[in-house]
Design a protein around this ligand. Structure first.
Ligand code: ADP
Ligand code: MG
Length: 323
């Protein structure tokens, strides 16, 4: 069991940022309105994620760390229908297989909180402790028992930068959640959770970008798009500023990338890429998902339709901009 978990962990947990991603998604699934992520040493030695979500009932804690025990959905098709980000039921087991994990969790209905430790897949007894509603995960010494993988980690600075990128993306995809990131005891990001996307963009990207945005709000066919398109003046030489989320998920898609490119083509110099932040909502039935444990490539039943919706939404904003 523990070997299988370690192998599975290799698929899901590549680096500290993967741990943060899984724990953040669980917090979001738990309907938290505020989440704090604290990392030290690029997350290699210390990751703590605290949420004010629903908590885990005492008797379900050890089970939550078993592989596939808690899958929230039955099939890949459910993925975009059901509102939850988690679906494989293997994140916690994977993390616990390759790190030292401590969890303190309390549901609203219970009198006390529970504390549980598990390392290398070996769990201790659940203890009663005092704590507020919600869940705190502490993940220490990632890959402490898999030296080869530990060796493949980059420097704490690089691993930390991956975590910052990831937390920023999640903050942008969930403006309704207050998200805080503390890196080496310093406040790195703190969003208000008041739904204001522009505030979050300001916090992450700064003044120049924020003051050169065109608002997008379009609803066509079964696709609605909200967000911002950067004016061509703030274009960059790489694609890092292209953000788009589908039904709240951060995702990569060639079709959407191409649609953005085409909308900007008349306004853009070659080899320049715009800032975009698009929240795309679409009927889940129109999506095909090809799921890899860490990456998600989307296919659309009607790629042409999504292409046009994205391109036209951006084009409209660019045409009507005040020059
Ligand atoms: P999945 O998210 O795919 O269901 P995970 O291994 O990530 O699988 O989590 C296992 C289960 O543990 C979840 O289904 C959920 O019931 C519970 N859980 C994990 N994290 C939290 C959390 N922060 N708050 C409440 N419940 C949680
Ligand atoms: Mg999960």
């Amino acid at each position: 069991q523990s070997t299988i978990n370690q192998i599975a962990a290799g698929e899901v947990i590549e680096r500290p940022a993967s741990v943060v991603k899984e724990l953040l998604e669980n917090a979001i699934d738990a309907k938290a309105s505020a989440v704090t992520v604290e990392i030290r040493d690029g997350g290699i030695s210390f990751i703590r994620v605290t949420d004010n979500g629903c908590g885990i009932p005492k008797e379900q804690i050890p089970t939550a760390f078993l592989r596939h025990s808690t899958s929230k959905i039955q099939s890949v098709e459910d993925l975009f229908t059901i509102g939850s980000l988690g679906f494989r039921g293997e994140a916690l087991s994977s993390i616990a297989a390759v790190a030292q994990v401590e969890i303190v969790t309390k549901t609203q209905g219970s009198m006390s909180a529970s504390r549980y430790e598990i390392a290398g897949g070996e769990g201790r007894e659940v203890q009663e402790v005092g704590a507020p509603d919600g869940t705190t995960f502490l993940v220490r010494n990632l890959f402490y028992n898999t030296p080869v993988r530990r060796k493949f980690l980059k420097t704490p600075a690089t691993e930390g930068a991956h975590i910052v990128d990831l937390v920023e993306k999640i903050a942008l995809s969930h403006p309704e959640i207050s998200i805080r990131l503390i890196q080496n005891h310093q406040n790195k990001l703190h969003t208000s959770g008041n739904h204001n996307l522009k505030d979050i963009i300001y916090t992450i990207y700064g003044r120049e970008i924020t003051s050169n945005l065109l608002e997008i709000e379009s609803s066509r066919d079964v696709i609605s798009i909200k967000g911002f398109a950067g004016k061509p003046v703030i274009a960059r030489s790489n694609r890092n500023f292209e953000n788009y989320f589908i039904n709240g998920r951060y995702i990569k898609s060639n079709i959407i990338g191409k649609a953005i490119e085409e909308a900007y083509r008349p306004f853009m110099m070659q080899h320049k890429y715009p800032f975009t932040l698009l929240h795309i909502s679409i009927e889940p039935e129109l999506l095909d998902v090809n799921v890899h444990p860490t990456k998600m490539e989307l296919r659309f039943q009607d790629g042409e339709m999504i292409f046009r919706a994205v391109r036209d939404a951006i084009s409209d904003a660019l045409m009507h901009r005040e020059l």
